[in-house]
Design a protein around this ligand. Structure first.
Ligand code: AMP
Length: 533
């Protein structure tokens, strides 16, 4: 007997049949709110899929998106995979050269782009071979003649006739930055997305249900927004999108107005929200018990405590692009119910308990570390939504062990109850506001400055961004240089948020006996560094 395929086609058809009256709300660039029903969303997603097919989309073709979080992006999330294509969400915060590389490496044939993001596309258009550019007229300005108008396409499209999709077919993809070298692509199959949705929806984890009003603040270009758009549509929840307005007052207005019960984002967003709530107490009335899923970087215990005072619940989770992304989520296990207040908070600040079908182990010097809450080791994971390889990149095969575990590069302890806690990172990267900065790339560029003898870049803690890069520089004998001079030198090559605010000039950079920069020592030395603007 043929097995029933686990595909997004089922999720879309289910939404059509069962949840036609659920609502989708999107904030537009002009701050107005766009509202429509699931029935309308499903009709338009089918029309978009049909339009892509009539433009020549073939099975396995990549369709890139350069879009904020809104209804049209959700339409693409379903239209592309259900038409047999692969949804490739592009990170609009990257340097245009990196976006161009990613588009080229993925061999994207089509691009769907917000009209307000066309200026960004123009920066790399000439270097990529996109065949059709489809522009979403979000701000109402006319679509340039050489491009397709998204609305016109939908209006004249035939309804999508779904091709036979196999559950192992690629449905989505996303690129992640590495310590060295170029960004790496990860492919998600229909099956992996569906299983990830089923596991994350369960009560102990995100507990995402039909009665929820869900706002993915996490950009839809990050790991297909942590799977939430797929999971929410599977359950028929109300979906609310913030568009490009990610400042705290705009988000809080939206949470209040749409009676949000579940949202998700990186700590930087929640720190800004907390500050807004604290500086204007009483301005916003939020749903009691609103759950805020925090991931992508560590949620500080102090933040969890502070939100509790407002009756808002932080749910801490851990994941990676390579793990679709959710791997662990923090919930109160039976045996921890009796913990005292302080112990409870310390437990809630851990990254959490693995999802069903997601296996974890901490490896130290070739052995599995005991689950004692103190022995550290590298977190290795496996499961049906963990990538088995990078897209067309054989060079990184050593990221997987011979028996199929993925090496995450995170250093963790696992306690006897199974809570994973991240204690350090092997990856030589800085995570600022949820986005990666490669210290190795910055060091390489700095070393190219004629006055610089050597340079090291390390992450230093920052209250708003989580981490920021600090450049530690040794100048050539007899030379002098200013921070501005070095920053200006880096500026043309990197996205603005990559540029270090601060440069420290030192006589020597500590190295190991084998000549490697002692990054851990530098991180320790500068951990209380405060001089950031
Ligand atoms: P990305 O692939 O960009 O999603 O980054 C994944 C990496 O982000 C992980 O390997 C961790 O280093 C980091 N990360 C994600 N979630 C957390 C968390 N809750 N706490 C600490 N680090 C995290």
């Amino acid at each position: 007997m043929m097995q029933f395929p686990l595909t997004l086609v089922h999720v879309l058809e289910r939404a059509e049949k069962l949840f036609g009256r659920s609502e989708i709300v999107s904030r537009l660039p002009d701050r107005g709110l766009h509202r429509y029903s699931y029935a309308e969303f499903c009709r338009r997603a089918r029309a978009l899929g049909g339009a892509l097919q009539s433009l020549g989309l073939e099975r396995g073709d990549r369709v890139a998106t350069l879009m904020w979080n809104h209804y049209a992006h959700l339409e693409a999330y379903f239209a592309v995979p259900c038409a047999g294509g692969v949804l490739h969400t592009l990170n609009l915060r990257l340097h245009p050269d990196d976006i161009a590389y990613i588009v080229g490496h993925a061999r994207d044939r089509f691009l769907i782009v917000d009209d307000v993001l066309l200026p960004l596309f123009e920066k790399f258009r000439a270097t990529v071979g996109i065949e059709k550019v489809i522009v979403v007229p979000l701000s109402g300005s006319p679509v340039p003649g050489q491009h397709e108008d998204y609305e016109a396409l939908i209006a004249r499209s035939e309804r999508l006739s779904m091709p036979a999709i196999h559950e192992e077919d690629a449905a989505g993809m996303c690129y992640t930055s590495g310590t060295t070298g170029r960004p790496k692509g990860v492919i998600y199959s229909h099956r992996s997305i569906v299983l990830h949705s089923l596991a994350t929806a369960t009560v102990d984890y995100l507990g995402l249900g039909n009665g929820d009003a869900v706002c993915p603040v996490v950009p839809m270009f990050h790991v297909n927004a942590w799977g939430i758009p797929f999971t929410a549509v599977m359950m028929g929840a109300k979906l609310v999108f913030p568009g490009p307005h990610l400042d705290a007052p705009s988000l809080l207005d939206l949470f209040q107005g749409e009676r949000m019960t579940l949202t998700a984002g990186v700590p930087t967003i929640w720190m800004a929200i907390l500050q807004a709530l604290e500086s204007e107490p009483g301005r916003w009335r939020l749903e009691r018990g609103l759950r805020m899923v925090v991931g992508g970087a560590a949620a500080a215990e102090s933040m969890i405590r502070a939100f509790d005072k407002f009756g808002l619940r932080v749910i801490h989770g851990w994941g990676m692009t390579e793990t679709s992304p959710v791997g662990t989520v923090n919930f109160v296990k039976r045996e921890t119910v009796a913990l005292s207040g302080d112990e409870r908070y310390a437990a809630r600040a851990k990254q959490g308990i693995p999802l069903p079908f997601f296996e974890v182990r901490a490896m130290s010097a070739g052995d599995e570390a005991p689950w004692d809450g103190s022995t550290m080791g590298e977190l290795q994971v496996r499961g049906p939504w963990v990538a088995a390889a990078y897209h067309e990149l054989a060079a990184e095969a050593d990221k997987w062990t011979a028996d199929g575990w993925f090496r995450t590069g995170d250093i963790v302890t696992i306690d006897p109850c199974g809570y994973v806690k991240i204690t350090d990172r092997m990856k030589d990267l800085v995570k600022s506001g949820g986005e990666w900065i490669s210290s190795v790339d910055l060091e390489g560029a700095l070393a190219g400055h004629p006055k610089v003898a050597e340079a090291a870049v390390v992450a230093v803690p920052h209250t708003h961004w989580g981490e920021r890069p600090l450049a530690i520089v040794v100048l050539e004998n007899g030379e002098s240089a200013t921070a501005e001079e070095l920053r200006d030198f880096l500026a043309p090559r990197f996205a603005k948020f990559w540029l270090p605010e601060n440069f420290v000039f030192v006589g020597e950079i500590p190295r190991t006996s084998t000549g490697k920069v002692m990054k851990a020592k530098l991180r320790e030395q500068f951990k209380d560094w405060k001089k950031l603007e």
